[in-house]
Structure formats: C-alpha cells, structure tokens
Design a protein around this ligand. Sequence first.
Ligand SMILES: Nc1ncnc2c1ncn2[C@@H]1O[C@H](COP(=O)(O)OP(=O)(O)OP(=O)(O)O)[C@@H](O)[C@H]1O
Length: 311
Amino acid sequence: MAMVELRQVRKIYDGGFEALKGVDLDIEAGEILALLGPNGAGKTTLISTVCGLVTPSSGTLTVGGHDVLADYRAARSLIGLVPQEVSLEPFEKVSNTVRLSRGLFGKPRNDALIEDILRRLSLWDKRDQPIRALSGGMKRRVLIAKALSHEPEVLFLDEPTAGVDVELRRDMWEIVADLKARGVTIILTTHYIEEAEAIADRIGVINNGEILLVEEKASLMKRLGRKELRVELDEPVASIPATLQDRSLRLEEDGRVLVYDYDTAAERTGLAHLMSELSAAGLRVRDVDTRKSTLEDIFVGLVHKQEENAA
Ligand SMILES: Nc1ncnc2c1ncn2[C@@H]1O[C@H](COP(=O)(O)OP(=O)(O)OP(=O)(O)O)[C@@H](O)[C@H]1O
C-alpha cells in the first residue's frame, strides 16, 4: 500500500469548473514527489483534497491507509501542510506559534521537540520575536516549523520557494533533504523545473486537472541525456549526401545546418566518425553547437500536446 493513494479523484467547483479530472496517483513512503504544472493546473486543488481542505466531487483518497473522508482525523494527523500563502498571527512569538500548532492536533506539549524543529530551521535565535518582525523568508520557515510540529509522516509543500531568493531556495532544498533522511514522505508543488530536478525522486506533471506523467527522475534524466549536435555548413546543401543517409541526420535552416541527435549515455556517440564522414563527403564545417534537451522541453512538449489534443 502506498502512503498516499488517490483513485479517480475529481473536483468540480461550484460554478461547474472541473479542476481535477479523475486523478490516480500513488505516493510511496519516504519519497519526494515534485508536482510540476503551470498556473491553474490543479496542483493546489490536488493537495487540498488530500489534506481534507477541499472535498472531492468523487473518487477516493487515503493517507497511511486512512480514508481522508471517512477517517479524517486519523488521516490528517499524519499530514503536515505548508501552504502557499503566509497566514500567521503577526503579534505571536515564533516559539508560541509553533507550540500552539502542535496543540491544535491534540498532541502533548513537547518543548524539546519544538526546540529541535526551530534549530533545524535556523529559527531558534528568533524564537522570542513576534512574527511581524521576521523577514518573508523567515516567515516561510515558521510555516514549515508549524507543519512539522505534530510530527507528520507526510509533508505537503505548496510552492515552497515561490518568490524567495536563491539562497533561501537552497536552504529549503537542504531542509527537504534532511526531512527525507528522517523518513518523511514529501510532496511539493513547483513551477521551477530546476527545483524538481534538484530534489525530487519522482516527477509528476499536471495540466488542466490531469496527470500527464509520473516518472522516476533518474529515468527522465536518462531521456534528457539526449543531445543534439548542430553542424553549420559553409555552403548550404539541397539534400543529405548519400554516404551519410544511414546516419539519421536532419537538414534545417534551408540546408545550412545538419542536426544529429545522439545519446550522451551511449558508449559510442559516433561524433568523431560523423565529422570525418562530413569531410569525406566534401562538406566544410563553419561551426558546431550542441544542445541538450531539458526537463523544460519535455514539460512544455507534454503540456502543448495535451492542449493540441483538447483543441
Ligand atoms: N474555490 C474555487 N472555485 C472555483 N474555481 C476554483 C477554486 N479554486 C481553484 N479554482 C480553479 O481551479 C483551477 C485549478 O486551480 P489550482 O489553484 O488548483 O491550480 P494550481 O495548479 O495550484 O495553480 P497555481 O500554480 O496558479 O497556484 C484554476 O482554474 C482555478 O481558477
């Protein structure tokens, strides 16, 4: 059994908008899943249904085997949620904010645990400050501390690094890695492809309320291992010379550029051979350039394809 299971989860908001179109998703214990998707894709709606904040129109959801609808308290007690928007009591002290959060889950007071959480998030020095005295980045850390206060097994982070500076983004990534090392299952939504690349075990792409792909990052990266060699010729050619026909080259830019796709992970890329074949065919090379397909290419391609299919 997966830690989080969604089966055919649909959400139609009042007014008729279908934000989730029958989502199936399994999230395994201890993994980091990054959900990538453009604005309005349904990321927040998906997270909110798992956390019991939005009631699905149909389908089932379980967390740790507990049905989110029928057994809400048991499911919710396993979940920590770091929301997108900062919603904190401005005059409350940092340490009280986190302590109160634990209390709301009916857990007994545990000052040692709160201290540990605050230290891990570099908030210990700020523990006696009121929330309003903190920077935006520090407030985000407080949101994480709150979400961890009741020792959840599953942590949802809704765009944890939207609008934060590079340094804080790196800190967040470290915090997430540390939580994973402690066995916490982590689901984060993001617009930042590099964020998914940096920290996720698996990457899910969502658009228009549908999951388009869920794949191990490692295997996605393997697919990303494809590279393109672009050879700019001195003189344009009308067609690919016969001696190079079995090379699966493409001709672009009115015959000025020969494009060769190759697999960087392959033992032999055939690049050296190709260059000598070009010269044997009498083609003079002006310049070469390489281009690597990125996760962004895959992402944009998937989203476009879905939109074309829908049109
Ligand atoms: N309460 C609501 N009532 C009606 N429609 C809603 C409601 N909440 C969200 N939506 C719509 O559902 C769609 C998905 O929204 P959602 O917030 O889940 O997307 P998202 O992927 O999190 O987007 P973003 O990256 O912009 O946060 C959007 O078109 C949004 O306008």
